[in-house]
Structure formats: structure tokens, C-alpha cells
Design a protein. Structure first.
Length: 368
């Protein structure tokens, strides 16, 4: 297992230029340098030199991070900030009572069995190889990685299958575990490694793409591999944009789109919306700005999270759209948090949907 000292060179590469301040959603709200990468690296440098103790006070600032990677993508020194923060959290939390208790909750015996129970309750009865209506001898083989949220709220999974049944695809299902993101961002590396090895072993089959319905799952799965060794991934909405589909809505609908931080690119959106009839798209201001949720970030920093979510909610409402679409269940929660913080939840704000769930509401979907 790596330790903080293994990242000494990366931490020293931070030139303290401060450019990360201009993109960090937490810094924009708090104005606190300890909340952004630069400040965190100053503290971690102090830890490595032995001047500071890796304790509660530093952990508080390590937790003040959405793991949105906006600073990583902007940093001139190209430092993988989130990995360093996660390792520092792991190093601090592993021996604390709270750290041990969280590990117990996230263990296979507790979290794993809870998910297995949810899977059984919400099973679609199609585990194994689910053949959609095949129209050729060589359907596209899609290995479907359904995120954990589908085990509890299976609507997106059901809607995805409803649409994909119409395509020339073979949807392959395996008993995947969680992608591991909650464990990784909480610093529970042992558990992350456990689910990673479980999931990697299940990739031992023939497929063209790993199909995902959640941007965060996809980005975590990609992190299992070196960039040049990764299999091909595609999110469900992007795949639909490549298909010769006509998606008909009888009545006009206005939509806007929130780009999750972990979605690499939203370039597929135009192509997908062009396949829809009666849909008009209104781009919201800062459509790629974080929703402020980020799982445990919202629990540990409720006020900052609510402020970020409020800005997102305002931008959504300003579009006057009927629906705001996205590709990550955590963002759905973040937008609802924003509506609540803004006090508009009861005022009929734009409905929040995963884009797949929205498309499944179409009056007709035709493969041409
Ligand atoms: S942008 Fe990168 S190099 Fe500059 S202060 Fe932030 S983390 Fe350090
Ligand atoms: S990952 Fe996001 S929230 Fe965390 S320090 Fe970087 S920009 Fe700020």
C-alpha cells in the first residue's frame, strides 16, 4: 500500500502558483486557501517535513474537496491531487476509531451483503447474458456495468434495458461489485482494492465496450487501468447517440443538461438530441460546474455543499426548461439538494432525470 511519503515528489512539484483557485468550486465559495489544492499541499509538505501532524485539523481540509478534479485538469504541474488527498486520508484514518468503524460499515460483510440483498429484491430476473432483439449476426457486445444505485433504485437500469432491447446489441451482465469510488474517496484502500480485483476478474469475456450508466462509476473503473491498457468504455447516452434512432415526443419539451464532473465529455449530447423530435435544448450557465454533492462531501460540509448546489439550481431554473438531464445519480441528488436549499422544491422546478430515464419516456423510439 502506498504512503504519503511516496508522493513527496508530486507534492513538491506544486509551484504554489495558485491557478487552482480559479477553478475550485470550494474555494470559490469559501475563499479559504486551505480548501484548495495549493493550501492542502502546503500542509502536506509540512507533514512530510515533520513540522505538522497529520491529524484532525488537516483531515478537515482534506475532506473539504469534491474530488471534481477541476484543479487536476488545470494544474500546470499536472499533479494528481485527488490520489494524494485520498492517500493522506487513508494514512490518518486507518488507525482511528472512526476510520475503523467506517471500514466496518464499508466491509463486504456489511455494505456488500446489503447490496446483495438489494440486488435480490430488485432483480430484473435477467442476470447472465441478456440478449436484446438481435438484428444481425454480429451485434455490438456491451458488458453492462450497472452502478450500485441501480440496486436500490432500479429505474435507470430498467429504462436502459427497455431502450437497448430495440438495438442491435448483446447486453452482457455480470455480478459486478461497487466500482469502489466511495471507498477510494474515503481513503479505504483495502476495500477499494477488494472490489477492483473482483470487478477485473469479471472482464474475462468477449466484449466491444463496457457500457456504463453513471459518469462516476465509469471514471473510477477507468482508474483501474493504465491509460494505454484500458478497455473501451462508453456511457449509455453516448452509445445511443451513435445509433440510427428516432426518438419521438408527441408534445414539445424543453431540456437542459448538467455535465457531471466525472463525465469526460458531453460532446455526444448534440448528436443525441438531434435524434429526438420535439425536444429543444437550452444550455444553462456553467453547465459543467459541480453540483456540490459528491457523496460524503455533502455530509461533512453541508453548508458549502448547499451553497454550491444553490448556484447550480439557480442556473437550471433560469433556463425555464421542463427537465434537467444528467448522467450521474449523485448529481441528481445534488440538484435536488440545490432546489431544497433555494426553497423551490415545492414550486415545480425543472424535473431532474438521468438522461436514459428521460429518453425512455418518449412516445416512440424507432430504430431506422
Ligand atoms: S495549480 Fe497546481 S501547481 Fe499551481 S498551486 Fe495549484 S496544485 Fe500547485
Ligand atoms: S478536486 Fe475539486 S474541490 Fe478538490 S481541490 Fe480540486 S478543484 Fe477543489
Amino acid at each position: 500500500m502506498k504512503e504519503l511519503k511516496d508522493f513527496a515528489d508530486d507534492i513538491n512539484r506544486c509551484s504554489k502558483c495558485g491557478l487552482c483557485q480559479s477553478v475550485c468550486p470550494v474555494y470559490k465559495i469559501t475563499g479559504n486557501d486551505c480548501a484548495v489544492s495549493r493550501g492542502k499541499f502546503v500542509m502536506l509538505e509540512g507533514v512530510l517535513k515533520g513540522d505538522l501532524k497529520l491529524g484532525k485539523n488537516i483531515e478537515k481540509y482534506l475532506d473539504m474537496c469534491l474530488k471534481c478534479e477541476k484543479c487536476k485538469n488545470f494544474c500546470p504541474s499536472g499533479i494528481d491531487v485527488c490520489e494524494i488527498f485520498n492517500i493522506a486520508k487513508y494514512q490518518y484514518a486507518k488507525d482511528t476509531f472512526r476510520g475503523k468503524f467506517i471500514k466496518f460499515l464499508e466491509s463486504k460483510a456489511v455494505f456488500g451483503n446489503f447490496m446483495n440483498l438489494m440486488k435480490k429484491i430488485h432483480s430484473t430476473g435477467r442476470d447472465g447474458k441478456f440478449s436484446a432483439r438481435t438484428k444481425s449476426a454480429h451485434p455490438v457486445k456491451l458488458l453492462y456495468f450497472k452502478g450500485c444505485v441501480n440496486n436500490i433504485f432500479p429505474k435507470v437500469e430498467k429504462d436502459l434495458k427497455k431502450i437497448f432491447e430495440k438495438l442491435d446489441v448483446e447486453l452482457i451482465e455480470k455480478d459486478f461489485d461497487c466500482c469502489g469510488l466511495p471507498f477510494l474517496s474515503g481513503g479505504n484502500y483495502e476495500r477499494f482494492e477488494e472490489v477492483k480485483q473482483h470487478n477485473l476478474a469479471l472482464l474475462d469475456c468477449e466484449f466491444d465496450y463496457i457500457l456504463t450508466d453513471c459518469a462516476s462509476c465509469e471514471s473510477t473503473l477507468k482508474s483501474y487501468f493504465k491509460p494505454d491498457e484500458a478497455p473501451k468504455f462508453i456511457n449509455a447516452a453516448e452509445f445511443l447517440s451513435t445509433q440510427n434512432l428516432k426518438i419521438k415526443f408527441n408534445k414539445p419539451v424543453k431540456v437542459t443538461f448538467h455535465k457531471p464532473c466525472h463525465l469526460e465529455s458531453a460532446d455526444f449530447l448534440t448528436g443525441l438530441l438531434n435524434r429526438c423530435e420535439n425536444i429543444s435544448y437550452i444550455e444553462m450557465k456553467d453547465f459543467d460546474e459541480c453540483c456540490g454533492f459528491a457523496g460524503e462531501f455533502a455530509l461533512k460540509n453541508p453548508q458549502i455543499s448547499a451553497e454550491i448546489a444553490k448556484n447550480k439550481a439557480k442556473n437550471i431554473i433560469d433556463t425555464g426548461a421542463d427537465y434537467v438531464l444528467t448522467t450521474c445519480p449523485a448529481c441528481v441528488a445534488g440538484i435536488l439538494e440545490g432546489y431544497t436549499a433555494l426553497g423551490v422544491l415545492h414550486k415545480n422546478p425543472p424535473k431532474v432525470k438521468n438522461i436514459i430515464e428521460f429518453l425512455a419516456k418518449a412516445d416512440e423510439i424507432i430504430l431506422e
